[in-house]
Design a protein around this ligand. Structure first.
Ligand SMILES: [Ca+2]
Ligand SMILES: [Ca+2]
Ligand SMILES: [Ca+2]
Length: 369
């Protein structure tokens, strides 16, 4: 990727982990975050109507068969849902009719959170428009979402020149719940330091996220009624990017344990934070793990076959039966299945690998195991 003029956002995400791990003091020397919440002004679309974004799940986006790689036999079809901006971390809504994602739109400097219909129509911003926003995820009632944002900090520093990515572990990130009118409903974290990488359990009763509250980056869970953070990981080094299994008995995540922090491996544990097992061991950058709806396999992104080209892979939950899903130039990552497993949402820069812009795709998934 050295020839690229601009680094794609996936590199921000991947290298973010490495950068902060190389610079551990980034997350240790935290300043207290401003605790007094303020509600920034939100600009809603002039024709805003909640019904407009409740697309029936049967609607599809523009098909892009020319972007299916020759060896991508598990893709029965491919839709391209975005055509501008630099997009990432897209996740289906509970009934598959909407998608929430983060994007740096043309002319903007930082990521904000957007929703769109399943058919790629009706994109609009649902975060505050201030600071940086990341890691959005629907609650299963479809009326609210969780995300991480720095909007309470008075000024957002510009992106560092020279491609340094420690900002991704920005200490000003905290978790918020908001609705699709762009209104912040609740601030969930207020301890000093990074809180982000949040996901919601299938039942909506529990969230997972990554926090620096205890001095090292660890995964925590919190019951949405009890509101008591429970620490899931207890190992030196970065732990993050966690998702529950469909039955909420297990958690899959990524972590770095190496001294030089040059790789990320996939781990799995029980939902109470016991029985941690590493299920990849290839020395590459493995991240964005997500359970197939069967609960028996995990899809993830890795550069195990080519340090410059991330692809999607699947494996059983014990790490066996590894199979490669994508074969395309450039980045493929952030996989997310629809509840029935029929569709695979992912982010890729296959449309224009040289530009570095990442776009959102949906494949009709045809597993052959
Ligand atoms: Ca915090
Ligand atoms: Ca840790
Ligand atoms: Ca690829």
């Amino acid at each position: 990727m050295k020839h690229m003029t601009r680094r794609p956002r996936w590199k921000r995400t991947c290298l973010a982990a490495l950068a902060a791990l190389i610079l551990p003091c980034v997350v240790l020397a935290q300043e207290a975050t401003e605790k007094k919440d303020t509600q920034p002004e939100v600009k809603l679309p002039t024709d805003f109507n909640l019904r407009d974004i409740m697309t029936p799940a049967g609607r599809r986006g523009p098909l892009a068969p020319e972007l299916i790689g020759e060896k991508e036999k598990m893709f029965a079809s491919l839709e391209r849902l975005t055509s501008e901006g630099d997009n990432g971390e897209a996740y289906f809504g509970p009934r598959g009719g909407r998608i929430i994602f983060q994007a740096t739109m043309p002319g903007e400097e930082h990521d904000q959170i957007y929703v769109m219909n399943r058919d790629a129509e009706g994109i609009y911003m649902v975060s505050t428009g201030k600071g940086r926003a990341t890691c959005s995820y629907f609650f299963p009632n479809g009326q609210r979402f969780i995300y991480a944002s720095t909007h309470l900090r008075e000024e957002t520093p510009p992106k560092p020149a020279g491609g340094e990515y420690e900002w991704e572990f920005d200490e000003a990130f905290d978790l918020y719940i908001a609705n699709f009118r762009g209104e912040t409903i609740e601030r969930l974290t207020d301890t000093p330091g990074y809180d982000a990488e949040c996901t919601v359990s299938p039942s909506g009763e529990t969230i997972l996220w990554t926090s620096a509250r205890d001095g090292d980056l660890e995964i925590y869970k919190m019951d949405m009624e009890e509101r008591v953070p429970v620490r899931i990981t207890n190992a030196k080094g970065y732990d993050g990017g966690a998702f529950f299994s469909p039955d909420e008995t297990r958690i899959v995540y990524r972590a770095s344990r190496t001294e030089n922090y040059k790789n990320l491996e996939i781990y799995i544990c029980d939902a109470d934070g016991t029985n941690h097992r590493r299920i990849t061991d290839n020395g590459a950058v493995n991240f964005a793990p997500y359970f197939h709806p069967s609960g028996e396999r995990i899809i993830f992104s890795s550069n195990m076959d080519d340090p410059k080209n991330f692809e999607l892979y699947m494996m059983k939950t014990d790490g066996t039966e590894l199979m490669r899903i994508t074969h395309s130039p450039g980045f493929d990552g952030f996989p997310h299945f629809s509840l029935d497993g029929r569709f695979l949402l992912f982010c890729s820069n296959r449309a224009d690998p040289e530009s570095g812009d990442t776009h959102i795709f949906v494949a009709e998934f045809r597993p052959y195991w």
